[in-house]
Design a protein around this ligand. Structure first.
Ligand code: FES
Length: 95
């Protein structure tokens, strides 16, 4: 998938994180949510009752729409978690 980041910004070190078993590019200092959005992820989970797709809403730790399992810890807010090399992320997408 294409990188959707703005090209003119100087970034820190390029790293790799594992999302649902797939490697994606991230940069030190980014949040998990920023790395996911830049890699084209829009659906982060589905509603367990209606099965409708859900995505991030606030991007600042308020709505809890971005919760996922990060490094084995469930219900972690992706928008409040900084990436690190080799981090594992499960988006909780129930597709
Ligand atoms: S997007 Fe709202 S808490 Fe993360």
């Amino acid at each position: 998938m294409d990188d959707l980041r703005i090209g003119s910004i100087k970034r820190k070190q390029k790293i790799t994180i594992i999302v649902d078993g797939k490697k994606i590019v991230a940069y030190k200092g980014e949040t998990v949510l920023a790395a996911l959005i830049a890699s084209g992820y829009k659906i982060l989970k589905t509603n367990p009752v209606s099965h409708e797709p859900r995505g991030a809403f606030c991007g600042m730790g308020i709505c809890f729409e971005c919760t996922m399992t990060i490094d084995g810890v469930p219900n972690t807010r992706a928008c409040m978690t900084e990436v690190r090399e080799g981090m594992t992320v499960e988006t909780n997408d129930q597709k």
